[in-house]
Ligand binder design. Structure first.
Ligand SMILES: [Fe+2]
Ligand SMILES: [Fe+2]
Length: 389
């Protein structure tokens, strides 16, 4: 079955790393069917970038809830000594070279049952995790919560640094596991990663923490769900260790989701109108996933190809997008939110009406997809093997 994959890329060469090399950045050409793409394919890197969108008087709001952050958000971080570390899931060198080689052999044996498309999904998840430099940069653009010095004692900054360190573990573990598996072209992965971090990300949060924390709430829930699905696929493919890795990472993502969701809940309590408008603002733009500027130096449509394949596997689809919005409508009790003024009331009605609309679009897209032929596409990350998209 052909998954939905209708938007097209054009390539725009930008000498932003001049004098050389010339780096290509993907620019997505909008089509009337773009809205039917899996949501993480909805990206608009060429959109106008607005900065400093939060009125300065709102800084006080974020200052005023710092003690609440210390009491209610920081406890969601685990002390380092109680955290898992990547080496606990990987072949152990301390048992001597023979035991290590034996454990690597066992790992390679386990991954043989995983299909190429599942492998690509895990690879994508790995690269998303390894984008933490871009995430931390993004969060430190948000006014009132940024880390002003790089080691600021503000609870906002403490959270951001510790959160980054947790994301760092996820990427390190998955990358090492995939490297030892021998099934991926590490050079292509590394080039993709370098392109990706160099390109950065534009998620439309405009230096604004109201918008930013809506984005991170959504992003963490999406990552929690996709890691959970990866765990199931790994188990079905015969690799219980990879399944345990994905499940462990999913548990961390759930904790992160809790933290960001609590922050929006608090903002709804202290500043309901502006927070409600921020939720609607991000939903109108659609949440852009962090890999939308992905490029491997070979395939200018790699993001589109990956998105189509992921949609086919059901890893992250428009249905998930609708379910995530529904989850937040319930979690933040948006339907019962009181004290909203005119525009914010309309924003609430817009957000609460979104899930059925998205599902209707998805159903139409499914019907259309059934009529299309599947294509075979080569992916450089797995030595140019072909996968159906
Ligand atoms: Fe993560
Ligand atoms: Fe996370």
């Amino acid at each position: 079955m052909q998954p939905i994959a209708f938007s097209q890329f054009t390539i725009q060469s930008i000498a932003w790393m001049s004098p050389q090399p010339i780096t290509t950045i993907l620019r997505r050409k909008t089509t009337s069917l773009r809205r039917l793409q899996p949501i993480f394919a909805v990206a608009s890197p060429a959109r106008h970038q607005t900065t400093h969108s939060m009125p300065p008087e709102k800084l006080e709001i974020f200052k005023s809830i710092e003690s609440w952050v210390s009491e209610s958000v920081l406890p969601l971080l685990k002390p380092v000594e109680k955290c898992w570390q990547p080496s606990e899931f990987l072949p152990n060198k301390s048992q001597g070279p023979e035991q290590f080689a034996e454990e690597v052999r066992a790992l390679r044996q386990r991954v043989l049952g995983l299909s190429d498309d599942i492998y690509l999904v895990v690879l994508y998840g790995t690269m998303t995790e390894r984008c933490f430099a871009a995430y931390q940069t993004m969060i430190n653009t948000w006014e009132g919560v940024r880390d002003e010095t790089g080691s600021s004692p503000s609870p906002w900054a403490i959270w951001t640094r510790a959160w980054t360190a947790e994301e760092n573990r996820h990427g390190n573990l998955l990358r090492t596991y995939l490297y030892l598996s021998g099934r991926v072209d590490m050079l292509m992965i590394e080039e993709t990663q370098q392109y990706l971090i160099g390109a950065g990300m534009d998620n439309g949060t405009k230096n604004n923490p109201y918008l930013g924390f809506v984005y991170t709430s959504f992003q963490e829930r999406a990552t929690f769900l996709s890691h959970g699905k990866m765990a199931r696929l790994a188990k079905e493919g015969g690799d219980p260790v990879l399944a345990r890795i994905c499940g462990t990472i999913a548990a961390d993502e759930k904790r992160h989701e809790n933290a960001y969701t609590k922050i929006i809940e608090k903002l709804l309590e202290v500043d309901p109108n502006v927070t409600m408008l921020a939720i609607a603002n991000m939903m109108k733009k659609k949440i852009t996933m962090p890999m939308h500027l992905m490029y491997d130096g070979r395939d200018p449509n790699i993001f589109e190809h990956f998105s189509a394949m992921s949609q086919r596997l059901g890893i992250y689809t428009s249905r998930d997008y609708a379910e995530i919005i529904e989850f937040f409508i319930a979690r933040w009790k948006l339907e019962k939110l009181e004290g909203l003024e005119g525009e914010a009331r309309r924003a609430r009605d817009f957000v609460c009406g979104l899930p059925p609309k998205i599902r209707r679009l998805q159903n139409r897209a499914d019907e259309r997809a059934k009529k299309l032929e599947s294509r075979r596409v080569k992916f450089s990350w797995i030595f140019n093997k072909e996968v159906s998209v």
